[in-house]
Design a protein around this ligand. Sequence first.
Ligand SMILES: [Zn+2]
Length: 273
Amino acid sequence: MSTTFRFGEIEIEAVSDGILKTNIDTVKDMAREKARALVNGPTDGVYLMPVNNFVFRNGQNTVLIDAGCGDTVQPTLGRLVANLHTAGIEPEDVTHIVITHLHVDHANGLVDNDGAAIYPNAEILIHDEEYAFWLEGDGAGSTEILRRKRERNLFNMKPYLERTRRLRDGQETAGCSPVLAAGHSPGHSCWRIGTGRRAFMALGDLVHIGAIQISHPEVNLTYDLEQDRARASRRRMLDIIAADGLAIAGSHIDAPGVGRIVRSGSAFAYEAE
Ligand SMILES: [Zn+2]
């Protein structure tokens, strides 16, 4: 599945990796009944979360935003390469991969089960702080879960280490510039793509459930590692996006995940494109 959007001269293709079956109980800071009513979900609390990826062409560059799950998570996921193919894009065409953060549904699809690179020509673009958290240091004082995730990230990134570019806020490569929006993970970043009102912002996991967290930006999910920081980043970034009139491309916003954020009362509302 893929859908094409155009903002000025920027054309982005939303390409699905599939659907993650999760549960509304992952929502914190809100009564379960209210959360369920907002998503209009089934009574058993199941929540079907899309995993969206995006491709953006810029001159000679073909930039993929995040890499999906591969076949490591659920059988309904790992469709990215097949869906790229349907959209006329092969893995060898990809020149850059923006990684919003190193979590399973964004990074495990970088490699096959033997650890070989899926994207033979792509340079990885990642925020310096996300790289440092997962791939540097010895993880001392870390929990067992974080240690296992660190190991998996070394596996994901190993064939790309010689072609990884670490960026900080304000730096740009291939028209992409990170904005640190930490909390969900310590170096989680949104990416501003293009310039001025023709730009769009790749949200990563700033928002997991659009029907809840755009109108209630104070609501986190259990997936957010540093809760206070995640909350503050969400509010700050939604403010910037609304003020600048940017389009958004959200990893888990209702598929295909492209729209706009507008102010609504003391919070925000989402308008699908
Ligand atoms: Zn995610």
